[in-house]
Ligand binder design. Structure first.
Ligand code: MEV
Length: 447
């Protein structure tokens, strides 16, 4: 073991102490790495403290681009959408799709449900019938005991909406599940749900230990765990685009509305039947969704894991979006579960998340669900449009070239020359480096 690279008590070091230890043990150019790490500290100490408070062992901040996609017409209201994403072309593609659909009626969105789910898994070592018989009593006890935790949420119109007992003994010996559903209003609700579930498990144990409820003898009940489920198929939103097929004329250069609709429809069908394609198709959707989820301080891991489970709900991983061409109408839509919040958590703590929400007009959670779903659908529309027309490399490669040029520290003049030169050539890191080397050598000769 390399003892210099392990340490005890790292978390107790100051931020400068952490950096010192890191640069001394992991980097060659210590002073410049130290300066670089510190250069990303927020200039305002208070703001930096807020950022540090989100995580542990923080030494600096990791910058990501924050872009905006204007001209999103959603249910007749125009939005400028904040997007945090490191991948080039995504924001441009979303903006492009928004512009195309602004002229064709925009996005129509509807929230189909807002139910969140939590589970307590436990082993019941007694007679199953005894537990099932006692459940009505258990349920009212749990609801009553949770009142101190739920009171505020109830005031806001939410709370626990149901509790059921699921017998899983066919799947695993002695296993039962308490499945609780929740309405968490404008908060994502993870803390609320988990607090309620932990109270449920404490109560369950207490009830089992109490002889009265299950006959004379205390029964053995072992709680394994209690936690919310990130799978929320009934916290669902629909975003939809539609127009007469002939109105798609002009969406793709040189293609009639009919031809574009036919090719687009075929591409979506492929994503419905082939899981390999569906994964990439859905990745394109999450390019848009994650970017807004991040910009608004929501949990993109939760959103992704839920979305992928939903995409596989029929036993096979498939496209999250769908397309029909019926009676001369192009219809393209997505149903996507989005358990997000606009109050609590990072949404109100992260300074830029607060600004994102302000930019969106301080939406409530349902409105934000609709904005996010529309962005995902826009992104998907733009990607599939490119794929069935010019391909995605054209747009991507322009950005890729600029990234390579920046990496190679090209001057403005060199950039201009490179963009013109690579207009009709294949772009790779090696080819751009070679081109710059040649250009720079030539210039030296000339000079
Ligand atoms: C790239 O990040 C996303 C796409 O691959 C999505 C798709 O293929 O539909 C362009």
């Amino acid at each position: 073991m390399d003892s210099k690279r392990s340490i005890s008590g790292f978390s107790k070091l100051s931020k400068r102490g952490k950096i010192k230890w890191l640069v001394e043990n992991f980097f060659k150019d210590r002073e410049s790495v130290k300066r670089e790490l510190m250069s990303y500290w927020h200039s305002n100490e208070e703001q930096q403290k807020i950022l540090d408070g989100f995580s542990e062992n923080t030494i600096t901040n990791f910058a990501m681009p924050y872009g905006v996609a204007p001209n999103f017409l959603i249910n007749d209201k125009t939005y400028c959408i904040p997007m945090v994403i490191e991948e080039s072309s995504v924001v441009a593609a979303a903006s492009n799709a928004a512009k195309i659909w602004m002229k064709r009626g925009g996005f129509k969105t509807t929230v189909l449900g807002t139910e969140k789910i939590g589970q307590v898994h436990f082993l019941w070592k007694g007679d199953s019938a005894v537990l099932l018989d006692a459940f009505a009593h258990i349920k009212s006890d749990l609801l009553r005991e949770a009142e101190p935790i739920t009171a505020n949420m109830v005031k806001r119109g939410g709370g626990i909406t149901d509790i059921s007992l699921i017998d899983l003994t066919q799947e695993m010996d002695q296993l039962f599940q308490l499945k609780a559903s929740f309405e968490t209003c404008d908060s994502m609700g993870a803390n609320f749900i988990n607090s309620v579930l932990e109270l449920f498990s404490t109560r369950l144990k207490a009830l089992a230990a109490d002889g009265e409820l299950f006959g004379d003898q205390p029964q053995e009940l072992e709680v394994i765990m209690s936690i919310l489920s990130n799978y929320t198929p009934d916290c669902l939103v629909r975003a939809e685009l539609s127009c007469p097929i002939q109105d798609l004329a002009g969406v793709a250069k040189g293609m009639s509305g009919e031809e574009f609709a036919h090719r687009f429809h075929a591409a979506v069908q492929i994503a419905e039947i082939d899981s390999y394609r569906a994964t990439t198709h859905n990745k394109g959707i999450f390019n848009g969704i994650d970017a807004v989820v991040l910009a608004t301080g929501n949990d993109f891991r939760a959103i992704e894991s839920c979305g992928h489970t939903y995409a596989a709900r029929e036993g096979r991983y498939a496209s999250l979006s769908h397309c029909t061409l019926t009676d001369g109408t192009f219809r393209f839509w997505i149903d996507i579960p989005l358990a997000i919040g606009t109050v609590g958590g990072l949404t109100s703590l992260h300074p830029m998340a607060k600004r994102s929400l302000e930019l969106l007009g301080n939406p409530n959670a349902e409105e934000l669900m609709q904005i996010i779903a529309a962005t995902g659908l826009a992104q998907n529309f733009a990607a599939v449009k490119s794929l069935v027309t010019v391909g995605i490399q054209q747009g991507h490669m322009k950005m890729h070239l600029m990234n390579i040029l920046h990496q190679l520290e090209a001057t403005e003049k060199e950039m201009k020359a490179a963009v013109a030169y690579f207009n009709d050539k294949i772009i790779s890191f090696a080819s751009v480096r070679q081109y710059l080397d040649d250009l720079r050598t030539d210039q030296t000769i000339v000079a």
